[in-house]
Design a protein around this ligand. Structure first.
Ligand SMILES: *Cc1c(COP(=O)(O)O)cnc(C)c1O
Length: 252
């Protein structure tokens, strides 16, 4: 984290520097993969692209915004809060995609357009309260909430999320919370498993949610390694980090 903002000196934006050129090239490759996979799936509309900028400096978000990217994903509140404050002049939307502790809800409600990692009732209650407060203070819009679904057979596994059997009660709770908008479901494919099988399961969960909540049509699935599988099984939003930004420093 110490490297965050190391090139904040990047003045203004238009910086046609070497890093911007590299990001443009990588973005183009990913967009071509998305287009090809969308066509192969017989789909008409391209899924939305959320560029995951965790561990990369705010200056990279600024560069990507000059390249037309509007949606960014972050998984830690401290890092996201810092970047969103530093980049308050940009017309971008922040999506919170990491495990969320209830005590961070107040901070997340200040900058997040969506929280994609809702997986328990306490977080919904904390977000409802926090969004109500921000609405009073700043008039913020409703917060889009995605229920993160665990696709591990071995529930409680490492990547977070509610069990499929818990999803409907969470959906009902979000739908009845003022200030929160039930947007859909989100998942990370289990490590070492076949991503197509995982995303096929997610599509079933999504259909179950939509049966009671037709508006909750979002399916956030697909990362650098498995975006093709996610598109094949109906992803409406992709969360792509390393294939656009390059590798992240190892965690921990
Ligand atoms: C880091 C992260 C991503 C992006 O993963 P890449 O493999 O770098 O594309 C997507 N979703 C979540 C929840 C993440 O934490």
């Amino acid at each position: 984290m110490t490297s965050l903002g190391h090139d904040d000196a990047l003045s203004g934006v238009a910086a046609s520097d070497a890093r911007t050129t590299e990001l443009a090239r990588r973005l183009e490759v990913v967009q071509a993969r998305i287009s090809a996979a969308t066509a192969a799936a017989g789909r008409v509309d391209l899924p939305g692209l959320i560029v995951v900028t965790k561990f990369h400096p705010a200056a990279d978000v600024r560069r990507l915004s000059t390249l037309g990217v509007r949606d960014f994903g972050e998984n830690r509140d401290q890092e996201a809060a810092g970047k969103s404050a530093e980049l308050a002049d940009l017309d971008v939307r922040w999506h919170f995609i990491g495990q969320l502790q209830s005590k961070k809800a107040k901070s997340v409600a200040k900058y997040a357009y969506s929280v994609q990692s809702v997986d328990r009732p306490q977080v919904i209650e904390a977000l409802e309260k926090a969004v109500a407060r921000e609405k009073d203070l700043t008039g913020r819009h409703d917060l889009e909430c995605y229920i993160q679904v665990s696709l591990d057979d071995d529930a409680g596994a490492h990547r977070g999320g509610a069990r499929p059997s818990e999803v409907e009660s969470l959906a009902a709770k979000i739908a009845s919370s003022p200030g929160l908008k039930l947007a859909g479901v989100m998942a990370v494919a289990p490590l070492g498993a076949d991503p197509e099988a995982a995303f096929e399961r997610l599509a079933v969960v999504s259909a179950e949610v939509r049966a009671n909540h037709p508006e909750a049509s979002g399916v956030s699935a697909g990362m650098s390694q498995d975006l093709e599988a996610a598109i094949k099984f109906g992803a409406t939003h992709l969360r792509i980090g390393s294939d656009i930004l390059g590798s992240r420093p190892a965690v921990g």
